[in-house]
Design a binder for this molecule. Sequence first.
Ligand SMILES: [Zn+2]
Length: 363
Amino acid sequence: MRLRRGPVAHVWRSMLHRLPKVDLHRHLEGSLRLSTLMEIARRHSIPLELHLGTAELEPLIRFTVSEAADFHRFLARFRLLRLFYTSEEAIRRMAYEAVADAALDHVRYLELRFNPAALAQAQGFQLEEVIEWVLEGVEQALHEFDIQVRMILTIVRGEDPELAWQIARLAVAYRSRGVVALDLAGDELQASARDLVPIFRWAREQGLFLTVHAGEVGPPANIRHAILIMGAHRIGHGIQAIHDVEVLRLLHERNIPLEICPTSNLQTGAVAGFHYHPLPDLYRLGLKVTLNTDDPSISDTTLTDEYLFAMAGMGLQWKDLLRILENAVEAAFLGPEERQALAQRLRKEIQSIEQSWHLGEGR
Ligand SMILES: [Zn+2]
């Protein structure tokens, strides 16, 4: 990626790497290390009909620079990945590594989401089993890395409502183990969320938070539906709001955060390039925008990269990024005391970075 190179990018990148960050929108299924997938493919003889080397596997998983942006081709990656959820050990390891990789990028607070049905179905595992394995992998990483993690269970648009109910009930049952929210993901162009509305409303009554992928490639009306009908506390992406002044007003009035993931938006074809991305406009309109990765492994990105792209590709400055980071803390699915503790911690770290770097211009 061009924006990652050059001496200026190098300096900013190293500072943004050091910045303690918050990622509210990251899918476990999109966070798997290629090296781990290679190992699993070899060990379990996964039939990919090719001679397996990293060079062959990479274009199947990762979106390459030469590839035309396309939402459905992007989603197809997740169907292929289902082949790799082969064992308890594999799932536990994937969860551990997803948290480890976030921590190594100085993400201090991560909300990691996954669809238990996607992990369970290929091998016929029980939903409870895969949730347990993921949580155990995450808990192991928490012992070893300086990071705080909350979990979100994802329901996919078009999912069988009975299965979706099971996922929602499990999300409630696992609250004591760090599950805080329910997410709706999947194809908003082809699948309506109508059948799933009662499930999300019930989950909210049970005290879970809700986040809904809407207005990513679909119309702004999906954002309105997510907020007014489903009761979403946050919107995944939501960038199409820029085309509808009424939806912008709704987001503003209710102070609904947007979980924006720039690289993912380019690869799905939602936005033609960083220079066209609506993030700066949404930010200047006073909306609560946040910066996130979505699927770091598929998109070949890190949260540091996303902050760098917001700066080098969209013209935001250091002070803007700090404001966006504050937004993320305010939007985190945490209780007031936990949120305050996280805010204090980040503030301290940022002060020490600013002191040691003697930042002058750029701020
Ligand atoms: Zn997503």
